[in-house]
Write a protein that binds this ligand. Structure first.
Ligand code: FAD
Ligand code: PYC
Length: 417
């Protein structure tokens, strides 16, 4: 693999960038692999990368029904933070945030992680109490988070309207300065490139249509649109389509799939310095490096596999954005889209083994899994390689819905489910 460096960049700049070559191969599927990852989103690709890098498993494949990063990875609003309430959640999201901080160097690929600060607005007494509780709990867990007055919030984000006459006035905010954004496609591409260089086969346009189990019940391989592929270990990382795939192995998942939508404006000069989220009004906003305002809404209220959201949901979000940031009232929106998010009853992910031998699952990240991508891949790779959960992933087993040991982050995604 050709490394990116100042020298190679300078060389290619004088060569019309003709010498870079392919970033990853396009291999034909082999007859069998030591492990197969179903789903070429950020989580699946990160899993493959860490399986190869940290566990020496190189005879593995990532099977993607479309193109890598074409699912929620390429559709999300890229907010990264680790300010979750419960110890288990803080541990896994902070593990991810620490990996984000060094990810461009780790992958030798610019994932454009930008720690510009994530500010969550409080609009009522309940918000104030809840966010202050998060601030204190986070600090006990070594996670940065601080409370701002409305004036301090405006100083941090000058376009913010803190007039007391709003329908949802800003009563304060919780700020995680290490939170921010990253370039979603680059995350998928960086992991793909790194995994490919270690021998992982990344196979696009290859849909898994079945999971074959032997007489003992253990997995034997996957049926795909490109033929049967034998493997003793399958890791399913398919976000909103997880339950569809798991059903093929006879496993019923505690998941619901909802559309979640986002939209971007026409590009403008730098005007918005941070990320702002508002739970109460279901809106969040940042500005991409291209200049577009990136705006997200809440989930639709009904389960669906349509990659569009209801227009009334986006309208409600834009109303809220215009009230909070009146200067954006005259901006034009360029495009909108939806992704299918996989939501568990306690809004926390499921990472681990399943009742079927050789079948592992990583799902339930719902509206908030982009931020977890490096940490999720890292702990899931451990789980697949060792056959036992990584200590950080151990609380996130599917079994918690039987035992009742829930990790109830129902409000953690900061948008209404
Ligand atoms: P995906 O990227 O969806 O990857 C799963 C892959 O599996 C897909 O590429 C799909 O094509 C493939 N697949 C499905 N079925 C099959 C099959 N049968 N065979 C082979 N392949 C298959 N999270 C945040 O942290 N911050 C945010 O700001 C944020 N905003 C969001 C905004 C929107 C509009 C959406 C939709 C989501 C948002 N999220 C956010 C959530 C985040 O995008 C997801 O949790 C995360 O990207 C999931 O990554 P993944 O790799 O598991 O899933
Ligand atoms: O988890 O921070 C988040 C998030 C923001 C928008 C969607 N999810």
């Amino acid at each position: 693999m050709r490394r990116f460096s100042l020298l190679t960049l300078l060389k290619e700049a004088t060569n019309a960038h003709q010498g870079w070559g392919r970033q990853w191969r396009a291999p034909e599927p082999k007859v069998g692999y030591d492990a197969v990852i179903v789903g070429g989103g950020g989580h699946g690709l990160a899993t493959a990368y860490y399986l190869a890098k940290e566990h020496g498993m190189r005879n593995i494949a990532v099977l993607e029904k479309g193109w890598i990063g074409g699912g929620n990875t390429g559709r999300n609003t890229t907010i990264i933070r680790s300010n979750y309430l419960y110890d288990e959640s803080a541990a896994i999201y902070e593990h991810a945030l620490k990996l984000w901080e060094g990810l461009s160097q780790e992958l030798n690929y610019n994932v454009m992680y930008s720690a510009r600060g994530v500010m969550m607005l409080a609009h009522n007494v309940h918000d104030v109490q809840s966010f202050k509780r998060h601030v204190y709990a986070n600090r006990l867990n070594g996670v940065d988070n601080e409370w701002l007055t409305p004036e301090e919030a405006k100083e941090f984000c000058p376009p913010l309207n803190i007039s007391k006459r709003l329908r949802y006035p800003v009563m304060g905010a919780a700020l995680q300065r290490r939170g921010g954004t990253a370039r979603h496609d680059a995350v998928a591409w960086g992991y793909a490139r790194g995994a490919d260089a270690m021998g992982v086969d990344i196979i696009q346009n290859c849909e898994v249509t079945g999971i074959r189990r032997g007489l003992s019940g253990a997995v034997e391989g996957v049926e795909t649109t490109r033929g049967f592929i034998r493997t003793p270990r399958i890791g399913v990382v398919a976000a909103g389509h997880t339950s569809v795939i798991m059903e093929k192995a006879g496993v019923r998942m505690p998941l619901e799939s909802f559309p979640l939508q986002a939209l971007v404006s026409e590009p403008v000069k730098p005007v918005f310095p941070c990320v702002v989220m508002s739970n109460a009004v279901h809106a969040y906003i940042s500005q991409s490096d291209k200049g577009e305002l990136v705006i997200g809404a809440g989930t639709d209220q009904y389960v669906s596999y349509s990659q569009q959201g209801g227009i009334h949901i986006a309208t409600h979000t834009l109303d809220a954005i215009c009230e909070l940031f009146p200067q954006f009232t005259r901006m034009r929106m360029l495009r909108n889209w939806g992704g299918i998010v996989d939501v568990t009853p306690d809004r926390s992910p499921i990472i681990g083994k399943t009742p079927v031998q050789g079948l592992f699952v990583n799902c339930g990240w719902g509206t908030g899994g982009f931020k977890a991508t490096p940490g999720s891949g890292h702990v899931f790779a451990h789980t697949i390689a060792k056959g036992e959960p990584h200590p950080i992933a151990a609380p996130f087993t599917m079994d918690r819905f039987r035992t009742g040991r829930l990790i109830d982050e129902a409000a953690a995604a900061a948008v209404a489910h």
